[in-house]
Design a protein around this ligand. Structure first.
Ligand code: ADP
Ligand code: MG
Length: 463
């Protein structure tokens, strides 16, 4: 039973013992904040409630709680802002009170401050080619924390769902086990560490060190987001190193996210980077076209909007916006807002083009399919224009990148030679074949070219 349920049951019972007016005066707007260490923390609306409730109703509350939970609690009455003001101290109390051996605890991990956002779950994470490995790895860690892959290191560009997957793991674990989970960003970790080293006016450091150790070591699962921001923060890195070792040695699950791979985390010490690769490192790639449309469709259904969004509009968005999923979501919001401002005008392709024109002309996306995406990445790499790479021009500074792009299209997508030819200035399929063969042969002897192709493949990701 969670606190809200317990409290509403308690109120139901107490209501029958009191006059209506007393009940409303003293119990309306009260809330059970938490049950912990044989203490019941109850939120009351005003100071006066504290004294009055304590003097008149404490026995009634304690006895009713006892009946509902089979435990005896001392009452602590607080006002909402006292909790907020004192959050740090409360956290110390709370974290200190977590007992080491979770086997003796009932399911108490729900009331621990785990920072999880229940909006992000596996249920609403949509899987496609580009993220299916990351998704599977995340789920397998969630189902078996501390045993399968430790640490799990998720990396990829912004907006590809790393944070979503991390919360999904955490939510899954707290639902299915009694394990204690903590989600923090590396910035939060750094701040806590700084706080742990702070002294107060008298030169002492009350309980902060204990608070820190409890918070980060007395847990079963640590999710640390955006680890790249820990780079440069010397002492925090050192502390994270110890935290990592401590948890790792106790077979506690660690999940890390980053915008780049462990080897590219240049600001982190080697010993940390090495540890990050001990478990499983998973790259989450930009969503392919099909996944983008799928995400858009699901978000539209979930949003339950009054207006229908037709398929051609979804296709238009998927072709022109992304790869950041946040931008996909943003474009739907913008489209709906635009239609509302226009007096609820029906959403059509024309309206979408108009509503999203600023978004698109800023150069976000622009590719209509995977061939165009490859063309875009290759032309950016060689600093030539999309028009040129798609043209018939023969100068070598254009034709060479074009050949590379054709090679990548052929080896990374399922597109046919003729289709690729059409997208490259209407070239004949034999010209495409010839270009692909040429690059294939050259890679074998030209190491620089092989490296360039590798780099481009990485940027293109999964198609
Ligand atoms: P990151 O942490 O990689 O920058 P987020 O996890 O914050 O990205 O994702 C950005 C937004 O896109 C969030 O609202 C998230 O729910 C959504 N999102 C990303 N990938 C997916 C997906 N595969 N299915 C559903 N929503 C997704
Ligand atoms: Mg994130």
């Amino acid at each position: 039973m969670n606190c809200d349920v317990i409290w509403s049951k308690l109120l139901e019972q107490i209501k029958t013992d009191l006059s209506t007016i007393s009940f409303f005066t003293w119990f309306q707007d009260t809330k059970l904040y938490k049950l912990e260490n044989e203490k019941a923390y109850i939120i009351v609306p005003m100071q006066i409630h504290k004294k009055h409730l304590m003097e008149n109703y404490s026995d009634l509350i304690v006895n009713t709680l006892q009946k509902l939970t089979n435990s005896n609690y001392d009452l602590i009455l607080l006002m909402e802002d006292e909790i907020k003001e004192d959050e740090e101290k409360k956290e110390i109390i709370k974290e200190n009170s977590i007992k080491k051996d979770n086997s003796v605890l009932l399911k108490d991990n729900e009331n621990v401050n785990n920072n999880l956002n229940n909006k992000y779950t596996f249920d609403n994470f949509i899987v496609g080619n580009s993220n299916k490995f990351a998704h599977a790895a995340a789920l397998s860690v969630a189902e078996n924390p501390g045993h399968m892959y430790n640490p799990l290191f998720l990396y990829g560009n912004s907006g590809l769902g790393k944070t979503h997957l991390m919360h999904a793991i955490g939510n899954y674990i707290i639902e299915t086990t009694n394990k204690r989970v903590l989600y923090v960003t590396s910035e939060q970790f750094r701040q806590d560490f700084v706080k742990a080293n702070r002294r107060d006016d008298s030169g002492t450091n009350f309980n902060y060190i204990d608070f820190f150790k409890n918070k980060y070591r007395n847990i079963d699962v640590l999710l640390i987001d955006d680890i790249q921001f820990l780079g440069g923060a010397g002492k925090s890195q050192e502390e994270f190193f110890h935290t990592f070792n401590n948890l790792y040695n106790d077979s506690k699950q660690i999940i890390i996210s980053s915008d780049r791979s462990p080897t590219d985390l240049k600001l982190l010490e080697d010993r940390l980077r090495t540890r990050f690769t001990w478990g499983l490192t998973v790259n989450i790639y930009p969503p392919e076209y099909a996944l983008k449309t799928e995400i858009l469709k699901k978000k539209i259904i979930a949003g339950n909007f009054e207006q229908d969004i037709p398929d051609d509009v979804i296709e238009y968005i998927a072709s022109n916006i992304g790869p950041d999923v946040r931008q996909l979501e943003g474009s739907v919001t913008r489209l709906l807002a635009y239609s509302a401002i226009m007096g609820g005008e029906k959403i059509t392709l024309d309206l979408a083009i108009e509503a999203l024109k600023d978004f698109i002309s800023k150069g976000i996306g622009g590719e209509k399919n995977d061939i165009q995406r490859i063309q875009k990445i290759v032309s950016e790499y060689f600093q030539i224009s999309m028009e040129d790479i798609r043209s018939k021009k023969r100068s070598s500074n254009i034709s060479f990148p074009r050949q590379i792009a054709m090679y990548l299209c052929r080896t990374m997508t399922t597109e046919s030679f003729p289709k690729i030819g059409t997208e490259f200035g209407g070239k004949d399929h034999s010209t495409v074949m010839h270009s692909v063969e040429k690059i294939e042969n050259e890679i074998k002897t030209n190491k620089d070219l092989a490296n360039i192709i590798e780099k481009l493949k990485k940027d293109i990701g999964v198609v």
